[in-house]
Write a protein that binds this ligand. Structure first.
Ligand code: 5BU
Length: 259
């Protein structure tokens, strides 16, 4: 049933402000792309954000792969997020006890809580990880959202069966959660966003276990937002590739809600 409901209706069902913002952004930009900016130089990430920004809704970072991270990088990225109207997700995959994730979120070199609209979180540690992350937000006044990992895209992932269902239960337990990262249609809550990584124009895999499905396949498997990394960042013409994924994903979404 969730798959048939348009994003603007689901925006009004979301308990988390960031989830609602994502649904509205997808609708207004007619884009369901979460771009995985897996590049190791700050200038290259910034250039990518400026190029693709108008056509994406979520810019996904792994700040710990940058060789030249600085506070200035964050300042420039935030400026572009404002200019092009996209949100930023640090794909940190928090997985520790509450006290530790609270420190990892708020402190250290990256101070993720200060700038990431969204972070990703493993369910392995149990529901209390959400309370830990909430603790890391005491000095933050802006809205924040979490994406809980229920299923991973890699070959042989242990995120199956009871584990995946348990992760969905955890995701539904708090209004801090904006969505669920998964590969299949495993939840029905209208107000949560399904984010699906492992997307390329043709099905296949890389040589380190990543498994890819097509835009049409993932949308029919429930993806609201599709994570595209190398499909765009390794393309000769990154802008043309972004537009191609955007069009294919949006067409599949329109077909999904109308069929
Ligand atoms: P790719 O280049 O499209 O394969 O990049 C996929 C991105 O999504 C990459 O940044 C991963 O860290 C991220 N990812 C994933 O591939 N699979 C998962 O299950 C999760 C995240 Br969770």
């Amino acid at each position: 049933k969730r798959l048939k409901i348009p994003f603007h209706v689901r925006a009004s069902k979301a308990k988390n402000a960031i989830a609602s913002k994502l649904f509205n952004l997808m609708e207004s930009k007619q884009s369901t792309i979460c771009l995985a900016a897996d590049l190791t130089k700050a200038d290259a990430v910034i250039e990518l954000a400026d190029l693709t920004g108008p056509h994406i809704v979520l810019f996904k970072t792994h700040v710990d792969i940058l060789e030249d991270f600085s506070n200035d990088f964050i300042k420039r990225l935030k400026e572009l997020a404002k200019k092009h109207n996209f949100l930023i997700m640090e794909d940190r995959k928090f997985a520790d006890i509450g006290n530790t994730v609270s420190l990892q979120y708020e402190k250290g070199i990256y101070k993720i809580a200060e700038w990431a609209d969204i972070v990703t979180v493993h369910a392995i540690a149990g529901q209390s990880i959400i309370d830990g992350l909430k603790n890391g937000l005491q000095k933050i006044s802006e809205s924040r959202g979490l994406f809980i990992l229920a299923e991973m895209s890699s070959k042989g992932a242990l995120t199956i069966g009871e584990y995946a269902l348990g992760a969905v239960t955890i995701a539904q337990s708090s209004d801090m959660v904006a969505g669920i990262v998964c590969q299949s249609n495993i939840f029905s809550n209208l107000g949560l966003v399904q984010l699906t990584p492992g997307v390329k124009l043709s099905q296949g895999s890389d040589n380190t276990g990543q498994q890819y499905n097509t835009p049409e396949f993932v949308v029919n498997s429930g993806a609201d937002l599709a994570v595209v990394g190398r499909g765009i960042i390794e393309a000769e013409d990154k802008l043309a590739a972004t537009l191609e994924y955007k069009e294919k994903l949006w067409t599949a979404y329109l077909k999904r809600i109308s069929d």
